[in-house]
Design a protein around this ligand. Structure first.
Ligand SMILES: [Zn+2]
Length: 338
């Protein structure tokens, strides 16, 4: 992967290219933005470019052919390290932070730079963040640390103020649609566009939505909300079986849980818009949501606002890594009692 293959973040690329040209590249970056918009890919392209040993003078991109580029692609470059939250942990272990600090401090094996990419930076706790402070204040020369998270709000001010914060925006719909086709995940351009409009600029979301099973779950949840006679237990079971089908990986389960909450919010938002005399946002999509009309008939504006509020709370709880069955059951409970 190199910068010339990345679409949708051209303005960020130009910022980095200009910074590199004028010798103003930073030592520590905090990449933030929604999941699935390409922060990781961009960070890797940046690392590969810095480590490339045959870079053209006026092009800020990796050549893709030198030994350094080949090692990078084979994940064997000695001056690049990527660390992430271990699957069974909820917070970044301090031992891993000490390892990152050590890696940034050792002399580069090849060229000049040493690059460390730290994923899941949302889960840095106070102890880990404090361990970083000295390294961020007096960074070893030619070391670059890239933290990847979803929002600067999850970082302590001490980290935020010592990093250059780079905001990644959702990808444009046409970029998502093209990607779905390139990956062979959809059968037609119409299907690609339909999924892209719902994916909120996230490839991760688009990939999930392209699975027939996920699409069916969406339809089922809409029908349950629209029917208005759904039992708490039935809704909770539908939500949980959708989440559980992701397998035992908790990150994949959380991803599905977030998506399920989003599915519930779609007709609620549509109904609220109808109640307020605005156009249903879903009608601007390729497929209108008939269920929002039924919901608008049945629920008042305060009820709809409460329901949306409950969905947002569930979303927040999913992010904070509370127990998923508990979150979903409580959500089902409050939505069916409205
Ligand atoms: Zn190269």
């Amino acid at each position: 992967m190199s910068f010339r293959e990345i679409r949708g973040h051209e303005h960020l690329y130009r910022q980095f290219a200009q910074a590199a040209q004028s010798g103003r590249l930073g030592h520590a970056y905090l990449f933030v933005g929604p999941e699935g918009v390409g922060k990781h890919t961009f960070a890797r392209a940046l690392a590969k470019t810095l480590l490339c040993e045959n870079r053209q003078a006026n092009v800020f991109d990796a050549c893709g052919a030198c030994s350094a580029c080949r090692w990078f692609e084979a994940q064997t470059h000695p001056d690049f390290h990527a660390v992430a939250l271990p699957p069974e942990k909820h917070e970044f272990p301090i031992e891993l932070i000490h390892e990152v600090i050590r890696l940034l401090g050792v002399k580069a094996a090849r060229g000049q730079y040493r690059v460390v990419l730290l994923d899941d930076a949302d889960t840095l706790n106070e102890e880990s963040a404090n361990a970083f402070l000295k390294t961020l204040e007096e960074p070893p020369p030619y070391s670059v640390l890239i933290l990847l998270g979803t929002s600067p709000d999850y970082q302590l001010p001490t980290i935020r103020s010592r990093c250059q914060v780079v905001h990644f925006r959702p990808l444009p719909d046409d970029v998502v649609a093209d990607w779905l086709r390139q990956q062979g995940l959809v059968k037609s351009q119409a299907e690609a566009l339909r999924i892209a409009t719902l994916a909120q600029g996230s490839l991760t979301r688009a990939q999930l939505l392209a699975q027939p099973e996920v699409w069916n779950a969406r339809q089922k949840l809409h029908a349950m909300l629209g029917a208005g006679r759904t039992e708490t237990v039935e809704l909770a079971q539908t939500l949980w079986s959708f989440v559980e089908a992701a397998g035992s990986n908790t990150a994949a389960q959380r991803q599905r849980a977030r998506l399920a909450v989003e599915f519930l919010m779609e007709p609620l938002r549509g109904a609220l818009a109808r109640r307020l005399g605005l156009s249903d946002p879903a009608e601007t999509l390729a497929h209108a949501l008939p269920k929002s009309a039924a919901l608008a008939e049945r629920m008042s504006v305060p009820q709809l606002l409460r329901a949306l509020d409950r969905c947002l709370l569930a979303d927040f709880q999913i992010d904070r890594r509370l127990q998923l069955p508990v979150i979903l059951e409580a959500l089902a409970d409050s939505l069916t009692l409205l």
